[in-house]
Design a protein around this ligand. Sequence first.
Ligand code: SF4
Length: 408
Amino acid sequence: MTGEPLALYVHWPFCVSKCPYCDFNSHVRAEIDQAAWREALLADLAYEARLLPDRTLTSIFFGGGTPSLMEPKTVEAVIAAATTHWAPADKIEITLEANPNSVEAARFADLATTGVNRLSLGLQSFDDAALAFLGRAHSALEGFRALEIAQRNVRRVSFDLIYALPGDTEDGWSATLAQALSLSTSHLSLYQLTIEPGTRFASDVAKHRFGPLDADRSAALYELTDAMTSAAGILPYEISNYARRGQESRHNLTYWRYGDYAGVGPGAHGRRLGMRTVRHKKPENFLSGMRRNGHGLSEEEFLLPTEAADEALVMGLRLSEGIDAGAIARRFGLTSIVDWPRVDRLVQSGHLSRDGERIAVTASGRLVLEAILGEIAARTISVVAAPLPESRPESAAALPPARQVAAC
Ligand code: SF4
């Protein structure tokens, strides 16, 4: 490998229907001009490549939306362009998120020929009633068939399940998880249902149509998940992600380890050279931005060292490996990014582990990660060697997008 490592995120913003829990940047359109989108994505990619010369491309991630609705030749063209702009790493990981309905599953063999070497399938449940509740456009049987086709065609296949639905019990989830673990996967994304503002589920909850599972039962299901996956050798390496050793998503590790990634396509976030980048979310606005400016950027912002360090802390503590708090502080020219006496108190209470300047959240700490972050983030940080940019807009930086990390 030669240049500094770089990951690439490509956002495909279209879905066949909108799931009621979903707050991803996804849109339903009667017609999609695939050729126009291919051209736009390639031009947006070329724009980022000009700003990031001489990098080694370690991963590409096609997220959405539903990128399995992309024409395989678009996927192929993006991969070819990306690996021409940047030198691909020897074992470049190329992931595509896919939905398991039969039309999309029929494309998996074609997608495998484009260079995609990892599929992330949104199975979500093995129960038709739960799939209907989640508004999914596939049945459990279609899910199993799609998984089988994916595993036949692509070397690495992960799938997602959503649990902690209203009425979920430990017995029910334990049976589902046992089934999931029997399906020869080496990576699982297991998300608890969260009610996101602006979704149809948020309005259903407000109208008392249903209520979310209570916090104690959700915590019990989370602990059960940790225990069962660990016993099967599929270890928790991030709050909601589990893998056999060596099978972790390298792309998502780049986010959590606070590496650089280019983000192209509608609503994609990126992080390059100390800046956060955001693209126009609405597909039509993105296309007009492309026509007007030659890129889809809607915001570009230098991060203050304190903001970047905060992000690195928040992202890094999602990982079981934790963070080197000293290394992050030095990277951003800060005295410290955590309040060490508070860290030590949480080590005493069993919520954190510490080895020198390295800290990690324990299994019990993962249940209360947000509270831990609020507790340990250094209240006053001195800049010892500020790598400040020449100019910076006023607005505060938003955190990197958790949803860009998650498959749908
Ligand atoms: S959850 Fe996935 S498939 Fe459903 S609307 Fe959102 S992006 Fe589309």
